[in-house]
Design a protein around this ligand. Structure first.
Ligand code: FES
Ligand SMILES: [Fe+2]
Length: 332
């Protein structure tokens, strides 16, 4: 690895750009994604299309006044119509149009209510797709997001930065359970933490986290708090907006509580649905607080490469080597 390596502003990968619930049928929304303006629209039959926002005809923004009609997005300026593949099917005067009018179509995958879009600077099609496990007997996912100054690669580096868990997140102990397992765009590992008190009632927390990164835009984490038999699922979804800014969206869901007594001797007195709700509220609040603790560091740090590591740091170098596959400039 070169010394003084700096992160690219945008990394190749799938990113969650919206939720399907953000879009009514026959509607369109606009986003800035990896420095480009895009529109996301849902057709009458529920198909999702993501295309460049600026109409090739004379440059109007398709998301600003554009309307979805049937299976097409109609430009607000002269009424040219684009389907979900970006193909301009006719002009506003029902005449044929040149294929040059077609807009750029972005690869899309919808998984469990999340709309993922693939970024590659050369527009190369993806060789893999993101996959979120199908959980059952769990609460609905709840979401929180921040817009912040950071780079997506820095966000996931913290997931293997065992040292910062103690210092920033105040875990009393952090240890690796499974080593890093790297395969193509996937990084997997498992670690454990111990934190004194303060979770539910006054119990200490001993938790295990199984981490599954899929490129630079999706982390799936399963957390198990053994003494209480709590199991929860966490998604971390950073998305590049422009060269300096990302959206960091996080979501969590909790497996319905199996044994109320393990949680607290009196918890069995509370109706199950209410207990799930109460515990999930606490869990989600703690999750948002935990991730939020990193924000000031992310927004103000510089990228030091190679890092000057010490015993007790996590597998930072392996992570960085893995992450460099998403840097287009290194592939050439
Ligand atoms: S600018 Fe879009 S139809 Fe003319
Ligand atoms: Fe952190």
């Amino acid at each position: 690895m070169d010394s003084n390596y700096q992160l690219p502003p945008f990394s190749i990968g799938w990113y969650a750009i919206a939720e399907t619930s953000d879009l009514e049928k026959e509607s369109v929304i606009s986003k800035t994604f990896a420095g480009q303006e895009i529109v996301i629209f849902k057709t009458n039959t529920g198909k999702i299309g993501v295309i460049d926002a600026f109409c090739k005809h004379m440059g109007a923004h398709l998301g600003k006044g554009g309307k979805v009609k049937g299976e097409c997005l109609v430009c607000p300026f002269h009424g040219f119509e684009f389907n979900t593949n970006g193909i301009c099917v006719q002009s506003g005067y029902q005449t044929e149009v040149d294929a040059k009018m077609n807009g750029k179509k972005w690869p899309v995958k919808v998984d469990q209510g999340l709309i993922f879009c693939y970024y590659h600077p050369d527009g190369i099609e993806p060789s893999w797709e993101p996959e979120i496990p199908k959980y059952s007997n769990n609460t609905e996912f709840r979401w929180h997001s921040w817009i912040m100054k950071s780079n997506v690669i820095d966000i996931f580096e913290n997931t293997v930065d065992l040292g910062h868990f103690q210092y920033v997140h105040k875990y009393d102990e952090t240890y690796a359970v499974d080593p890093l397992n790297l395969e193509d765009h996937v990084l997997k590992t498992k670690y454990g933490i111990h934190r004194k008190g303060k979770f539910v009632g006054t119990k200490a927390v001993d938790a295990k986290f199984s981490l599954h990164l899929q490129g630079p835009g999706l982390a799936v984490i399963q957390a198990n708090v053994d003494p209480m038999e709590l199991e929860s699922y966490h998604l971390i979804l950073p998305r590049p907006i422009d060269e300096n800014t990302i959206e960091l969206k996080i979501g969590a869901s909790m497996k319905n509580i199996q044994s109320a007594r393990k949680l607290h001797p009196l918890a069995g007195l509370i109706p199950k649905f209410l207990l799930n709700k109460i515990v999930f509220n606490i869990l989600f609040r703690e999750f948002v607080k935990d991730v939020g603790m990193d924000q000031e560091i992310w927004e103000n740090k510089i990228y030091v490469h190679p890092p000057l590591l010490a015993k007790g740091d996590g597998p930072i170098l392996q992570y960085r080597k893995w992450a460099q596959q998403f840097d287009h400039s290194l592939a050439n």
